[in-house]
Design a protein around this ligand. Sequence first.
Ligand code: ADP
Ligand code: ASP
Ligand code: MG
Length: 402
Amino acid sequence: MPIIVQKYGGTSVSGTERIKNVARRLCSAQDEGHQVVAVVSAMGDSTDELLKMAHDISADPPERELDMLLSTGERISVALLAMAIHEMGHEAISLSGRQAGIQTNTVFTKARITGVETGRLNEELNSGKIVLVAGFQGVSVDEDITTLGRGGSDTTAVAIAAALDAEECEIYTDVDGVYTADPRVVGLARKLDTVSYQEMLEMAATGSEVLMLRSVEYAQKYAVPLHVRSSFTEEAGTWVREGDETMEKAVVRTIAHSTDESKLTLLRVPDRPGVAATVFGELAEANVNVDMIIQNVSEQGTTDISFTVVQADLPAAQQALDKVCDELGVAYVIGEQMGKVSIIGAGMKSYPGVAAKMFKTMADEGVNIEMISTSSIKVSCVIERDQVEKAVRALHSAFNLE
Ligand code: ADP
Ligand code: ASP
Ligand code: MG
């Protein structure tokens, strides 16, 4: 029997009626002749609520305990969902990440999946059960419970789909597909039928939270087709899969943005070999994900180095910088309220003038660009956070995406 993996985001299970709706969908998928695995997120905003409680108690909660706490959200969802399926006369079993065989490294709060041990999953599927897996979590080689970072249930789902060699992985979320921009920011955004892995990787990396970056990396590596859609309708959503000719035609296909960037600038750093290695080595050691990096022209033997991190990594970045800056005898400044806008499209590879048009559009809106980075299919600009939405709308219109 073909195996199907479905992932349901927090909105799809935000109350008991919605849980019953998901249960009905899973029973139908089984009735249609599939072996069904569902990976489920925590109900509604419950991950945020758990985080808030932790921060009410401690400004810097121990990360091991944070993971222990946050992993409970998805366990509530799968247990309730299993009960709903039983009520409908089907058999189901809920499994924690650990029971489902999700093994990770030891980096609390953003662990990476290192393997999926499928013995238990196959056993339960072969006994005719609908298998419900708590997303976003696993167990480390040290036998501790870990979580995979925000949005991590997407990654659990794709990893399981890859390990079970499933036909496809359906991602049920609160929008009915992947759009030309975040539909919550651009009212005129359009749903796309297909997006290539490469484009989706750039979108996820530049802030489109509709899919977690790691899940897209996994999907591409193991060639798992993803179908992003809504649990409230039967309509087809957006397919994310290997690119084809038709995808290459549009020069810019989507505008992505993020509003949680912070910019750090090291001032008058000695311009000699090994300095960047020391600074970024220390940040890597602290598991800080550094995004854009800019080093200015050297003047009188010193230079400024700026880089961005997501806001959640700012405390760890500061701690690491305090140490290296002390050693190097330099200072740094922080720009906390930053954001980023990006234009993405596989077609821009062979098309000149795209970046210039982006900069002109931003200039016409009076938006100041602080940092720029490019790849063959993306141009990103760091700007002030409160200018982001205006910039996204202007770019969406300038590149005729409406
Ligand atoms: P879930 O809880 O189902 O994982 P998320 O909140 O993580 O849902 O992701 C869905 C959200 O992603 C949407 O509500 C939307 O605001 C946002 N989003 C950002 N960019 C896009 C885009 N290009 N297309 C669709 N949704 C997007
Ligand atoms: N519940 C987790 C979060 O809110 C994981 C997920 O939903 O994918 O980030
Ligand atoms: Mg998500």
